[in-house]
Ligand binder design. Structure first.
Ligand code: ZN
Length: 284
C-alpha cells in the first residue's frame, strides 16, 4: 500500500508539473518518441482465438506491438498457451486480465457471468490474490516483471470496496473504460481511459486516433473479437485501420501499453525535474 501511495504521489506531482510545461508547443512536440503526435495502444481482451488467428498476423505485417489482456481460464489461452508465449517473444505484451474474469452480476445483460464469478461477492483480498497469481503465471510465460492491467468488464468494485488501489502498484499502468484523453494531465494516478469499440467503422477508428494526435495524447483502443466472437470488430475494418496507422508512422507511435506507460512515467518525471530546475534558476 505504501508503495502504491508513493507512486501515486509521484505521479500526481509529475502531472501537476506537466501542467506548467504543457503550454509549451516544443514540449508537446517532443513528448513522444521520434516526434510522434500521439501514442496508440492497441489492446485485445479476453484471450480469444480470433485474436491469434486474425489480429496477430496483421500486427506482424506492420511490425506493431500490442497488449493482449489474457484471461487465464479462457479456453483459447489454455489450449494455445505456446502461441501466446510466442507473442511475448515477438515483443507484444501479455497483460493481466485476471484468471476467472469476475464481473458484477447486478448489471443488466450479465446472464453470462457465473454465480461463483460475481465480483460483488468477492472480497478485495480474494480478487487481489487472483491478480497476483495471474501475474506469477504470466511471468512464467514471458519472464517479465513489468506489465499492465485491465479489470474485467472495467469494474473494480468488489464486495468490500474498490480493489484497484490495492493492486495498482503491481502494474506500470491500468486501463479503464472512459472518454478520450484530451490532455496528458488526465493521466494522474497511472490509469488510462480506453475505448471499447463494438463493430466500429474505419472512419470512427481513424477519427478517434486523429483526435489523440490533435491533443498530443494517447489513443487507447480495447478490442475483443476480431472478425468473430464477442464484441467484435470486422476483420477488414481492423486490417484497414492497422494499414492506416502504418501509413502514418510519423504521426502515431504504436506500441504496447507496458512500453507506453513506462515512457509516460519517465517523461512526466523529467517534466517535473525541469519545472523544479527552472523554479530554482528563474534566469535560465
Ligand atoms: Zn474482459
Amino acid at each position: 500500500m505504501l508503495k502504491y501511495l508513493v507512486s501515486l504521489l509521484c505521479f500526481s506531482a509529475a502531472a501537476q508539473a506537466f501542467n506548467v510545461a504543457d503550454t509549451s508547443a516544443q514540449a508537446r512536440q517532443s513528448f513522444w518518441p521520434n516526434g510522434a503526435k500521439a501514442a496508440v495502444s492497441l489492446s485485445y481482451d479476453d484471450a480469444l482465438n480470433s485474436q491469434l488467428d486474425n489480429a496477430v498476423p496483421e500486427l506482424a505485417k506492420h511490425g506493431f506491438r500490442a497488449t493482449f489482456y489474457l484471461t487465464l481460464s479462457s479456453p483459447a489461452f489454455v489450449k494455445r498457451q505456446a502461441e501466446w508465449q510466442q507473442l511475448a517473444a515477438a515483443g507484444h505484451e501479455l497483460g493481466n486480465h485476471t484468471i476467472h474474469h469476475a464481473c458484477q452480476t447486478s448489471k443488466p445483460g450479465r446472464d453470462w457471468v457465473a454465480k461463483d464469478k460475481d465480483l460483488e461477492q468477492w472480497p478485495i483480498v480474494k480478487i487481489s490474490a487472483e491478480i497476483q497469481a495471474a501475474n506469477a503465471q504470466l511471468q512464467q510465460l514471458d519472464g517479465k516483471t513489468l506489465r499492465t492491467f485491465t479489470p474485467p468488464c472495467s469494474e473494480t468494485q468488489a464486495k468490500d470496496g474498490d480493489y484497484l488501489p490495492t493492486v495498482a502498484a503491481l502494474f506500470t499502468g491500468s486501463k479503464l473504460q472512459g472518454s478520450p484523453v484530451t490532455s496528458l494531465n488526465q493521466l494522474v494516478g497511472n490509469t488510462l481511459p480506453t475505448w471499447f469499440p463494438v463493430a466500429p467503422t474505419l472512419a470512427e477508428l481513424i477519427t478517434y486516433t486523429e483526435q489523440a494526435a490533435q491533443h498530443g495524447t494517447i489513443a487507447s483502443i480495447t478490442f475483443h473479437g476480431v472478425g468473430g466472437e464477442h464484441l467484435a470488430v470486422d476483420n477488414t475494418v481492423h486490417q484497414q485501420f492497422l494499414a492506416y496507422l502504418a501509413q502514418n508512422r510519423d504521426k502515431f507511435w504504436v506500441d504496447s501499453y507496458a512500453n507506453i506507460s513506462q515512457h509516460l512515467q519517465k517523461e512526466l518525471l523529467q517534466q517535473r525535474l525541469l519545472s523544479k530546475s527552472s523554479a530554482l534558476n528563474p534566469k535560465h
